[in-house]
Design a protein around this ligand. Structure first.
Ligand SMILES: [Zn+2]
Length: 431
């Protein structure tokens, strides 16, 4: 497979023009000046008006909240207990399948080639859809054993772990999918469940993920219940490791930041969603070499465009840290792209194999149509990617060397049928 005469973002976040990319066996085999690649006579895409870069990676999303689009904007806190939790308790296999179809379409069109789902219910239904979509993803069950949950989702520690075991047995390393163990949040899980999930993840050599340090109430809960802040408690119980992914991770003490560095924990922020909660000290985390990805927190929080999240993140960082110090480069465009791509690769536990357009990396690529008035001409295409590119500009996607979208046409899912169902869904006003 050959993409010819295109513009690329190279592994050092520098733009190169007139490049050919040769792809074979799911990998990037060669990147060279136009005309210099080994020629193949199969499947050539003319990349002249396109920019190719690694597919974006959403480090934290929620398939199970796909049907909540538009529901939570302008809502008072706590939306988790008032809206999300009651909604998720009414999920059915049919709703999860439909949610995954819609989420997959939304991600593909937005250039998101890889994602980490934080965990919901009937995940097997979602997994079937994602396997068909060709996207690269990590899936979890929503895992909690707190008392007083609606009957449909109430569970014991043992029961909750067995659900992920079954998902793991069925889908881990099937196609481009992985299965992670998860803890919904420390407040929702017993110590038995936390330790059990960590042990299972370690035994099966997969990641453990949790919502971490997202609300002040959650930090206070850990201090009251355990006498320690959330990350301190996990370190104390032997649960932190380089295979731990802490979503949000907003309110971190100096000691907790040191722990993330020491244990090589992966974290990610969700800028649109996080604006309602806190501004993380990302420059300090990055200075310590902590891997930080970006996530959307699912479509209920402003949709699943990482292009939007990058713009919001840059603005928030500048308001909080850049402008007061008159230092506009507090969070440069290259760093933000690196967070989405390499931070995302780490969140997928694939650092070194995805997230860069480099020979030997898996061929997870997206093409962006540059031939548009809001993108041309540009004096710095790296800046333009962060400030001006939107989801609608993505025309091509390839994951593991297979085309998923070409010229905006999705090849793996029936978009027309799914959108027809979505229109009917709205007309009927289904819950
Ligand atoms: Zn979340």
């Amino acid at each position: 497979m050959l993409i010819t005469d295109t513009t690329i973002v190279n592994a050092q976040y520098v733009i190169e023009q007139h490049r050919d990319i040769r792809i074979q066996d799911g990998k990037i085999q060669e990147i060279a000046e136009h005309g210099k690649c080994m020629q193949t006579d199969t499947d050539t895409v003319n990349g002249r008006d396109l920019l190719f870069m690694p597919g974006l990676i959403d480090s934290h999303m929620h398939t199970g909240q796909q049907l909540l689009r538009g529901q939570v904007l302008d809502e008072l806190p706590m939306i988790w207990t008032r809206i999300m939790l009651p909604f998720e308790s009414t999920l059915t296999p049919e709703k999860m399948r439909f949610s995954a179809e819609l989420a997959a379409l939304e991600m593909i069109h937005a250039g998101t080639a890889g994602f980490v789902d934080a965990g919901s219910y009937y995940m097997e239904e979602a997994a079937e859809v994602y396997r068909q979509s060709g996207l690269r993803g990590a899936l979890s069950y929503s895992t909690m054993d707190q008392k007083g949950l609606p009957e449909s989702i109430a569970d014991t520690a043992k029961g909750a772990l067995e659900k992920t075991d079954a998902l793991y047995d069925g889908f881990h390393r099937q196609g481009n999918l992985k299965v992670y163990y998860s803890l919904r949040a420390l407040m929702s899980c017993s110590v038995e469940l936390m330790e059990g999930a960590a042990a299972r993840a370690q035994e099966r050599d997969t990641m453990l993920q949790a919502h971490m340090n997202e609300y002040a109430g959650e930090v206070n809960f850990a201090l009251e219940r355990y006498g320690m802040r959330p990350y301190e408690f996990l370190a104390n119980r032997g649960i932190l490791s380089s295979q731990f992914l802490g979503a949000h991770s907003l309110m971190l003490s100096e000691k907790e930041t040191e722990l993330l560095q020491e244990y090589e924990v992966k974290i990610c922020h969700c800028p649109f969603s996080n604006c309602a909660k806190a501004v993380p000290n990302t420059p300090a985390y990055l200075n310590r070499g902590i891997s930080v990805g970006l996530g959307t927190d699912g479509t209920a929080h402003g949709g699943m465009s990482l292009w939007n999240e990058m713009k919001i993140f840059r603005s928030v960082m500048n308001v909080r840290y850049g402008a007061p110090a008159a230092e506009p480069r507090i969070m440069p465009a290259e760093t933000i792209l690196q967070m989405v791509l390499e931070g995302g690769a780490a969140a997928l536990n694939e650092a070194g194999s995805i997230g860069k357009l480099e020979t030997g990396y898996r061929a997870d690529l997206i093409g962006i149509s540059l031939n548009q008035p809001h993108l041309l001409p540009s004096r710095n295409l790296i800046h333009t990617l962060v400030e001006s590119v939107n989801a609608n500009d993505v025309t091509h996607m390839m994951v593991d060397g297979k085309w998923i979208m070409k010229n905006r046409e999705i090849l793996t899912l029936d978009e027309e049928r799914i959108l027809y169902q979505a229109r009917n869904w709205m007309r009927k006003g289904e819950e």
